[in-house]
Design a protein around this ligand. Sequence first.
Ligand code: LLP
Length: 420
Amino acid sequence: MSNLIFAGMDTVELAKKYGTPLYLMSEDLINDRCKEIRDDFLNKHPNTEAFYASKAFLTKEMARIIKREGLGMDVVSGGELYTALEVDFPMDRVIFHGNNKSIEEIEMAVKNDVGRIIVDNIGELDLVESAGYKYKKIVKILFRISPGVDSDTHKYIQTGQVDSKFGIPLNKKSIEKGMEKLSEMKNIQLLGFHSHIGSQLFDNQSHLKSIQIIVKLMKDVKDKFGFVTKELNTGGGYGIRYAGDENRRPLAYFTDEIVKEVEKSTKEYGLERPTITIEPGRWIVAEAGITLYTIGSIKEIEGVRTYVSVDGGMADNPRPSLYQAEYEAIVANKADKSPTEVATIAGKCCESGDILIWDLKIPQVEAGDILAVLATGAYNYSMASNYNKLPRPAVVMIRDGQDRLIVRRETYADLVKNQI
Ligand code: LLP
């Protein structure tokens, strides 16, 4: 009988050592992706920057890895910023996002000299100005623009369309109001624009469309306000393979075209070519992670369906129930066995919608078998909850055939520690 090997390690042995459910992350794979970003984007194209969208997967150890790999980091809350601060992440390499940053979060960012604040709405300018005044700083910002581009992905992860909670709407009134307001502010320096149109994209067309729109905006604000754009942040959103036919594209499929489009359209308008920035999250970590579960109850409804339940579910991976996301899985202790059955993998939460995988082809399984769900490195640990008072799983990082615990499994005591 042969076991599933992940990142050079026997997954069944790791399940025994750390228990299940268990998140396994391959640092080798994360490092490979970071290297691809350096080789095929940062070192290939001058005047470029890359920020890891930490919402995809953030722990102190992950922040250390990104620091060591030389990328910057995108944070969207005081909590993500706090995690970066905990490991002395260079603050000039941090950019701060969010559609409803509180004054406390903005002050935390300004006080700690975060590299850029990405201002999401005009009202936020007052908060940033007051924080800048309080700490006697000139705060560097970009305007996040909602370019009105529909991207081809699940509705819940589209962000660039007209009807979006994110970004300043691309109309004359909003932009001019922002520029005029800015001209009266003393503690803010605008450097350029940002747009992120959506996530899990396989086609570069919506990025390119959005760039054409933003470059036109750069031209308009130059003509009207004399403002020269220094930075253009093009967001993240590059897709990865979960199940099915869509494969992760090489980074350059997106970034070469992004750079080409920025250069072409700025040239057409006679503008300076700004620094070009990217912000991938999922593309760096998703395929670097798998989740191990132990199979428990098996229920066959004759002529209908077989449910195979595991010891986790929507609490550690809410993506199937939120976005109908599809995953692949392998029975780790029967990795050499051909599939003979079709089963639906159910979680253990009290919700009929807590199904991890519908109609998975698997060999015959029994209680105690280990199931490995693949490509869970992004938006699983970071979106996990304690629903049904399930303790969140441990996270183990693997590098060069060595495993190390980077997040301890929560205990029942952890679950009630803040309760009075
Ligand atoms: N930049 C901004 C401003 C973002 O809002 C996001 C993601 C990213 C970059 C990174 O996007 P990525 O490269 O990871 O696609 N929970 C959802 C994904 C939400 C993405 C939110 N914003 C999921 O599990 O599919």
